[in-house]
Design a protein around this ligand. Sequence first.
Ligand SMILES: [Zn+2]
Length: 145
Amino acid sequence: MSLTKYCEYCENEFEALRDSAKYCCDSCKTLACRQRRVDEQEQYEQEEIRNAALQIEREKLELIEAEMERQLQLKKQAQEFQNQVLLERQHKEEIERFEKYEKDKVRRQIEHEKRMKKADNSAKLTGLAALGFIALVSKIFEEKR
Ligand SMILES: [Zn+2]
């Protein structure tokens, strides 16, 4: 018993002896086998190309991430530097305030000493004047006796 089928390679009608027959002749079978290999090879190559493209995309993403990380680090460093500058400025201002305070203290001390000396001198002068006056008065009295 034979059955009418269509060759899977040339698509011609043929009388098949077995139900499992797919090709009309050996040459179609060989060509179909070769075609399959070619298709498989092409599929494999396309997959390779897809994998390569995917790899490139992954590497691109990694580069982008690395760049973002670098930018973040730079920003952080800039922030730290700014903080440090700010701290140093504050420290400097504190030192300046302290120095000004110390200078003012010394200046006030000097002014105070000057005032004290002046007062002391005028007291001495007053004392001397008083002594002179007493001496003069006692001299006058002595002369009058
Ligand atoms: Zn055929």
